[in-house]
Design a protein around this ligand. Sequence first.
Ligand code: RRO
Length: 310
Amino acid sequence: MLKTNFLDVELSNPLMNASGVHCMTTEELDELAGSAAGAFVTKTATRDYREGNPEPRYYDTALGSINSMGLPNNGLDYYLDYVIKRQKEGAKLQFLSVTGMSYEENISLLKKIQESEYEGVTEFNLSCPNVPGKPQIAYDFELTEKLLSEVFTFFTKPIGVKLPPYFDIAHFDEMARILNKFPLTYVNSVNSVGNGLYIDLDKEQVVIKPKGGFGGLGGEYIKPTALANVRAFRERLNPSIKIIGTGGVINGRDVFEHILCGADLVQVGTTLHKEGVAVFSRLAEELQEVMKEKGYKSLDDFRGKLKVIE
Ligand code: RRO
């Protein structure tokens, strides 16, 4: 009932982790691979190991989460070795997330992947909100176009981009116009809503240490923004570009809504962090329940079929 195809690989369901959550170490990745998730993505890797920002740097709130991890990761080689090893063991579809600390690093990371044995998907993260002094790439439209133009002179493997949320119709139009120029496998909307501020009222204090408490928001706060981005890009992107919907998935109805807006796959961040990998079987069951109630037999029966009021 929940089966779905991505790059001609049949997945048991459309659920994945969102990059950053439960995917930093091979132990965590093994747990994802052994979970009910249809696929998984690795923590965004830079060229070198990074310690990340000082702790506390992730905080669960009643309605979601705020984080300023600052790209802690074990370096590209660690994750590339992991996915290549699994590929040799027969893994069919994996997602490797990367971002560079500079323009040149972005190019060299992707060249390394291109030249490697890795045959899976690359998720190019253009939207980390938490590295002090480094603006989110995809809020700079000119830079995004220049970077992707160079990437596609040499990169021929499947690749998608992870985008930040946009909040203006003109920005949906302009980013979609740029993305439609390239043979992207998919677009993933959205990364966390950047630079929110959560306050502990008793202490009259912020809850995370980096950047004076500013951090990316996830969870319930961001579902309407995530759905708007999925819907807006589905309406604007070439049909060949798939969409991964990320943001505000707490239950099976949220997964249904992402798919109704046009998502091919749906990622879970904050709720995975709160519940662990058992979240995937719960969400799969809940999604099936919603579909049963509505009389839908497959995801294609309702994907992208959101109605508007005429
Ligand atoms: O590591 C992080 O601080 C982080 C990243 Br790279 C990202 O893309 N999104 C996010 O919320 N945190």
